[in-house]
Ligand binder design. Structure first.
Ligand code: NDP
Length: 407
């Protein structure tokens, strides 16, 4: 037997996140396991469909169809209500699959009419990188909040103009840094910041994949903005910054692209970069479009270290913590409850739209990565370290996580 409580769910800054679930109450079950077992997660406290934040998905490519749209099934505060695509057949098929009416389907020419669709609160931009800027400006002009895929843009200038367009429209802008909403990365950051490994000395992050098909947009500079760095190297950069809360004061980088490989006629293959943080911590990062897939993150402190296998993958994360245990060295593998990181990220945006809170990964988070990536390219070009402007305080622009996201 369960019990029903009517306490309002807690939200960012204490504001109620969802009147619907507060009014409807919350189901609770008594514990069935001993206190020595891990407690059951509470039943999801989800908003009724009509009270969820409505998202339009713009660009029905691989990520949208394979990951984002399916992830809405596990969202508690968001639902897909509109689609935007240049492909009529795909639009019809996907609209049928997700029960989206033809009146809420747009192509790129008719997209601006979305301003008259009250079901759409936010637009999720899932287009090739160079098209993010224009799409975000149009969504803001239509009076919609925006969740934009990474990399935010192809230059710091574009990123700044996206931030100011959303600010001018009074709308939220969040960048889809899914790893910041992924439970293993979140747990590692929490433990590192709590001092569990002593003083952090060093971070080591690698994200590589071997690209096929010469000719895809990821290999065209005009559409991608760059190669492995903005696509997958960005995860190393963003995750290191987010884990520490500090911003690097200097970067030094090297780039290699084989000259006879048509995949790298316009964009780079391999980048290694070192970030030096004001506390003295050094992050060594490596990314490649020509090395077999590998996605790992390691944090080394004065009293222990921890690493995540598949740190930047969609699933399959493993977190190992290694420390002294008496006269032994002990390595522990942690198993956390599974949560879909795309659902977590979309729900975070939905809750920020509802509560008015700043997202954990706002536009400024994306801008900072664009500034650092520009410095990485500059360092690789010049062969010299490049200095970066200091940041006034840790986590200078990041909003808080929801209590339910951190448990
Ligand atoms: P795809 O190539 O699979 O899809 C992009 C879609 O954008 C196309 O299917 C098309 O949709 C639309 N589009 C509009 N104009 C163009 C154009 N000129 N060229 C190509 N496509 C166009 O890319 P992904 O889905 O893999 O990537 C999209 C975005 O998501 C990128 O910014 C990427 O960096 C990001 N991404 C993020 C990931 C993450 O883990 N967070 C993982 C993968 C990608 P339509 O036919 O409907 O118009």
């Amino acid at each position: 037997m369960g019990s029903v409580a009517v306490a309002a769910p807690v939200a960012l800054g204490g504001a109620p996140i969802d009147e619907g679930s507060a009014r409807g109450g919350k189901v609770n079950f008594p514990a069935i396991h001993a206190g020595t077992e891990r407690p059951d997660a509470p039943p999801p406290n989800q908003a009724p469909p009509t009270r969820r934040v409505g998202f339009a998905i713009m660009g029905l490519g691989r990520l949208a169809l394979q990951n984002i749209l399916p992830a809405f099934a596990q969202c508690k505060h968001a639902r897909p209500v509109a689609l935007v695509s240049g492909d009529k057949d795909k639009l019809r098929i996907v609209a049928e699959q997700y029960g989206i009416p033809a009146s809420s389907c747009y192509d790129y020419a008719s997209f601006d009419q979305i301003k008259d669709n009250p079901a759409v609160d936010a637009v999720y931009v899932v287009l090739p990188n160079a098209l993010h800027h224009d799409a975000v400006l149009r969504a803001a002009r239509a009076g919609k909040h925006v969740l934009c895929e990474k990399p935010m843009a192809t230059s710091p200038e574009e990123a700044r103009s996206m931030i100011s367009a959303c600010a001018k429209a009074g709308k939220k802008l969040m960048i889809a840094y899914r790893c910041q909403y992924e439970v293993y990365n979140h747990e590692l950051a929490k433990r590192a910041r709590a001092g569990e490994f002593g003083a952090i000395q060093f971070i080591d992050a690698i994200n590589t994949q071997n690209q096929g098909d010469p000719g895809q947009w990821r290999q065209k500079k005009a559409l991608a903005g760059g190669g492995s760095l903005p696509d997958v190297g960005l995860y190393c950069l963003n995750t290191a910054r987010a884990l520490l809360g500090e911003e690097p004061e200097e970067v030094q980088a090297s780039i290699f692209s084989p000259q006879d490989d048509p995949r790298f006629a316009e964009v780079e293959a391999t980048v290694t970069f070192m970030l030096r943080f004001p506390s003295g911590i050094i992050a060594n990062c490596a990314t490649s479009y020509s090395a077999h897939e590998h996605r790992s993150m390691r944090v080394l402190g004065s009293q222990g270290h921890a690493e995540i296998d598949n740190a930047f993958a969609y699933e399959g994360q493993k977190l190992r913590v290694t420390r002294r245990d008496g006269m032994a060295e002990a390595s522990t593998e942690l198993t956390l409850g599974q949560k879909n990181q795309f659902s977590q990220e979309i729900d975070h945006m939905a809750q920020c739209v509802r509560s008015g809170a700043t997202p954990r990964t706002p536009g400024e988070e994306g801008l900072q990565d664009q500034i650092i990536m520009a410095a990485i390219y500059e360092s690789a070009r010049s062969g010299k370290p490049v200095k970066l402007a200091p940041m006034s305080r840790p986590d200078a622009f990041r909003g808080p996580m929801q209590p339910e996201e951190t448990s």
